[in-house]
Design a protein around this ligand. Structure first.
Ligand code: ZN
Length: 338
């Protein structure tokens, strides 16, 4: 695909902040070196492709299963920052992302993908904050009577009526879930509602004193997948100042295989911006966390810029999409911290 001079310049100017990346846990799962420098063609992400795509920073998933795993996944963040200081830096504050852009580095933002492994202990949450935790997904959707409860939702696709039922009848946040949201607000950790089931979504977004993000997921209207947000959920996200990260998993893009196209991925960005405005839509690839993503890796990011320009979006809107919106929420959350 031809990239115009305008698209190239705009892309080079943009702070590109990816709301969700699973590369380290994927290396961990395959028992391979937990390193993304060099070429790793069997994965979606490596340093050359991050550079080609212009990535400035990404939320780096460092915990989903248990505490041991989380600590093991944290190590490669520190290793990359120590061993490759010209390429990576640790992001603790929004200014670090701006610094990454200015110094041509890639910022790593520690993000956990559930809080269950904290074993209902706010002490663990606070220690992880000291390690650099800045974005926390409340739940990975697991059924857990002691954690952030949700009944098992087996089907991947569902009807609008199923979503209504989920909102009305399902269990929401547990006592620990509520306490965790409040402690995250106090510490200045971004509350991330990706994977959170409907009842808990509505509870958490009301409870949080700061805007929340939905780091990776798409529009339910365009693909009736449980992991996508309904129009009602998107509007509430907007009302609370939050941001959704439009994501690359095939099933989030369309129900039918033939519709899982790059253009359909762009449709989700367009739909969300038209529904809730350009202050509330960002990017959360889920690279190395899904099979055969669309688009397939970060090198396609300049093409996203081109396609958004082709659809008539302004440069300002595109800059907000790439990083401005996630950065705004990050700033608001840090400013509100006690
Ligand atoms: Zn996920």
């Amino acid at each position: 695909m031809e990239i115009s001079e305008q698209a190239r310049e705009l892309h080079d100017k943009a702070v590109i902040y990816d709301g969700h990346n699973d590369s380290f846990i994927e290396h961990w799962a395959r028992k391979e070196p937990m390193e993304i420098v060099g070429e790793w063609p069997e994965y979606h992400v490596d340093l050359p492709r991050l550079r080609a795509g212009g990535t400035t920073a990404f939320n780096c998933m460092v915990g989903c299963g248990d505490l041991f795993q989380a600590i093991e996944l944290w190590d490669p963040i520190f290793q990359h920052v120590h061993n490759y200081p010209d390429d990576f830096l640790l992001v603790l504050e929004p200014e670090d992302i701006e610094r990454a852009k200015a110094e041509d580095k890639i910022g790593l933002v520690p993000q956990v993908e559930c809080c269950r492994f904290m074993n209902r202990s706010l002490r663990i949450l606070r220690v992880l904050y000291e390690l650099g935790l800045r974005v926390a997904i409340l739940t990975h959707g697991e059924e857990d009577p002691d954690g952030l409860r949700s009944p098992d939702i087996s089907g991947r696709f569902c009807t609008p009526a199923d979503r209504e039922r989920a909102r009305r009848d399902y269990l929401g946040l547990t006592e620990f879930g509520k306490a965790a949201v409040q402690e995250m607000n106090r510490l200045g950790i971004v509350v991330d509602l990706a994977h959170t089931k409907d009842a808990a979504y509505y509870e958490a977004i009301e409870l949080s004193k700061t805007p929340v993000v939905f780091s990776h997921g798409n529009c339910f209207t365009l693909s009736h997948h449980w992991r996508n947000l309904t129009d009602d959920q998107l509007k509430l996200l907007r009302d609370k100042g939050g941001v959704i990260g439009i994501s690359c998993p095939r099933s989030f893009i369309a129900e039918d295989e033939e519709n899982r196209t790059f253009d359909r991925f762009i449709d989700h960005i367009q739909y969300a911006i038209e529904l809730i405005g350009d202050d509330h839509v960002g990017y959360g690839s889920d690279f190395d966390g899904t099979t055969k993503p669309v688009p397939p890796d970060p090198t396609y990011q300049p093409q996203i810029t081109q396609k958004l320009l082709d659809r008539g979006f302004s440069e300002e809107t595109i800059l907000k999409f790439w990083g401005g919106n996630f950065l705004r929420v990050f700033r608001e959350v840090r400013e509100a911290a006690e």
